[in-house]
Design a protein around this ligand. Structure first.
Ligand SMILES: NC(=O)c1ccc[n+]([C@@H]2O[C@H](COP(=O)([O-])OP(=O)(O)OC[C@H]3O[C@@H](n4cnc5c(N)ncnc54)[C@H](O)[C@@H]3O)[C@@H](O)[C@H]2O)c1
Length: 259
């Protein structure tokens, strides 16, 4: 009997070269899973795989490309023959205002942030159906998929779609015992939260410090860390998550509890 609860499981985490995905990969590996870090930044994915403890390897993928996703699946099929845990985490931030938004740009962002998770899940389904281990799909949405925000049409729309993709997919896959859930993170201190002008992180700005910390729009009065997402993510990937499906957990320090 092992106390490593995911020993023997194969887990794929997209966009795990850094940030939230990397923290989730680290946690799943610490629980004994063989973790595949799949990222468009192969250099960074390899460095992170080498840095993390446990059975962690890197794969190159562009979740915006059918061919790239198919190649990733082929290499997982060859190396492992199945997948037990799929975490759809990769995405890009986009802060284009609606007036400046072109349809081409909108569709480019949707192709990664919405269609990417659907593309990867479709392509991985055969591998998720193989083997006897409990099967888990976890999507990383955002509080911006639950609420509106300025200059965020493609990002918010895609994340809203991920929220309902999670619910609908949970219904479709429930007969096979595959559970599907999502985490909607709040403000998490990662590279995604860096200011476009390179002057630091969004969380360090005066307005963020005032509104979210001083006046308590984040009741827990701090930005989140990637590790704050990794614990709930572990639950959704674990055997304990056997009667929870189609759910969206907001991990946001309480932002959504206030107004
Ligand atoms: N940081 C936050 O405040 C926050 C809040 C809510 C939701 N999220 C979500 O959490 C997830 C992780 O975000 P993060 O903050 O760690 O961001 P991040 O930018 O640090 O990491 C995203 C990773 O995805 C990879 N990636 C981007 N495009 C890709 C593609 N086409 N194919 C494969 N990999 C690709 C990047 O190389 C990077 O390693 C994302 O889905 C993001 O939308 C983040």
């Amino acid at each position: 009997m092992t106390d490593r609860t995911l020993a023997g499981r194969v887990a794929l985490v997209t966009g795990a070269a850094r940030g939230i995905g990397k923290a989730i990969a680290a946690r799943l590996a610490a629980e004994g899973a063989s973790v595949l870090i799949a990222d468009i930044r192969q250099d960074l994915a390899e460095a992170s795989a080498a840095e993390l403890t446990g059975d962690v390897s890197a794969l190159a993928v562009d979740i915006g490309s059918d061919a790239s996703v198919a190649a990733m699946c082929d290499s997982i099929a060859e190396a492992h023959g199945r997948c037990d845990i799929l975490v759809n985490n990769a995405s890009i931030l986009d802060a284009t205002g609606f007036d400046a938004l072109t349809m081409d740009h909108y569709l480019d962002v949707m192709n990664i942030n919405q269609h990417g998770a659907i593309r990867v899940t479709r392509a991985m389904l055969d591998l998720l159906r193989k083997g006897e281990a409990p099967k888990r799909v976890l999507n990383i949405a955002s509080i911006m998929g639950m609420r509106g925000s300025v200059d965020a049409i493609p990002y918010s729309t895609a994340k809203g779609a991920i929220v309902n993709f999670t619910r609908a997919l949970a219904c479709d896959l429930a007969p096979e015992g595959i559970v599907v859930n999502a985490i909607a993170p709040g403000f998490i201190d990662t590279d995604m939260a860096k200011l476009p002008d390179g002057s630091g992180h969004e969380h360090q700005t005066d307005w963020f410090q005032d509104i979210y910390l001083k006046y308590g729009r984040i009741p827990l009065r701090r930005a989140g860390l990637p590790e704050d997402i990794a614990g709930p993510a572990y639950f959704f990937c674990s055997d304990d998550c056997r009667y929870v499906t189609g759910q969206i957990m907001l991990v946001d320090g309480g932002v959504s509890a206030t107004f």
